[in-house]
Design a protein around this ligand. Structure first.
Ligand SMILES: Nc1ncnc2c1ncn2[C@@H]1O[C@H](COP(=O)(O)OP(=O)(O)OP(=O)(O)O)[C@@H](O)[C@H]1O
Ligand SMILES: [Mg+2]
Length: 264
């Protein structure tokens, strides 16, 4: 559960100040599925960075599962991130020399989790990349690269996934597949929040938040459009605990399941 109250963020640019967020208040419940929209420069990425504990607000309160994170130190924020949050970026942020499986293992290495290979294989299978585990980013399509990034975000069993324009570099079909994945994750109890410029992508969510000039301009419920599901992706009726587990990284099963044979 997220509670933001009067969140502001100012950046100093020499003698100028940029007011990226001017007083954002909102609540996001566990299991919510939210799209954040708004013009370029309106503060969407700044808001995502605050939500994801990558950056601290200049003022205001941010309660994450009842704990005030607005005033936390870098180390404390890192701990919160590792326990609860998975990130996905527009540019995938994969390391060029590493295979898919090595990329997915990385967050587990930082956390010194046992059974890293096994957990990473399961995460890659869950996003339909069972047959592409030893491929490097250059040997994968854009959609497949983004699925590696999603597997990397999922492998630590976060209770929430944050994605800043996750389909921004993808064609329509790959975007639909990524939305299919996010929809399944959300159905399994994971909170999903992402930024998009595309109304057709936002249409898959249950809530659309519009940001303008650093403020929430509108916040409305949406009836989600079902994404096109590729035929060979199976959905397991496994329920992810909405509440964060005591030791998420050590839990065994990844949240989504799909056929390992699903590739394009
Ligand atoms: N690190 C920074 N230093 C200084 N100014 C920044 C920084 N990051 C963002 N800004 C400024 O804050 C404002 C909001 O930026 P932000 O990146 O949040 O916008 P956005 O809504 O994500 O835009 P886009 O749709 O183009 O990604 C902009 O005016 C931007 O120039
Ligand atoms: Mg942005």
């Amino acid at each position: 559960m997220i509670t933001l109250r009067d969140i502001t963020k100012r950046y100093h640019m020499g003698e100028f100040e940029v007011h990226a967020l001017r007083g954002v208040s909102l609540d996001i419940h566990d299991g919510d599925f939210v799209a954040i929209m708004g013009p370029s420069g309106s503060g969407k990425s700044t808001l995502m960075n605050v939500l994801g504990c990558l950056d601290v607000p200049t003022s205001g309160s941010y309660l994450l599962d009842g704990i005030e994170v607005a005033g936390m130190s870098e180390d404390e924020l890192a701990t919160v991130r590792n326990r609860k949050i998975g990130f996905v970026f527009q540019s995938f942020n994969l390391l060029p020399r590493m295979s898919a499986i090595e990329q997915v293992e990385l967050p587990l290495s930082y956390a010194r989790t046992p059974n890293r290979r096994q957990l990473s294989m399961a995460a890659l299978e869950s996003v339909g990349l069972g047959q592409r585990m030893f491929h490097k980013p250059a040997e994968l399509s854009g959609g497949q690269q983004q699925r590696v990034a999603i597997a990397r975000a999922l492998v630590t069993q976060p209770s929430m996934i944050l994605a800043d324009e996750p389909t921004g570099n993808l064609d329509t079909q790959a975007s639909e597949e990524i939305m299919g994945l996010f929809t399944r994750l959300n159905e399994q109890g994971i909170t999903v929040i992402f930024v998009t410029h595309e109304p057709e992508i936002a249409a898959h969510t249950r809530r659309i938040l519009t940001i303008r000039d650093g403020l929430v301009q509108s916040d409305r419920a949406n009836t989600p459009v079902r994404p096109e599901q590729p035929d060979d992706v199976t959905v397991r009726t496994h329920t992810h605990a909405a509440a964060p587990s005591a030791n998420g990284a050590a839990a065994a099963t990844p949240a989504v399941s799909g056929s390992p044979s699903h590739d394009r």
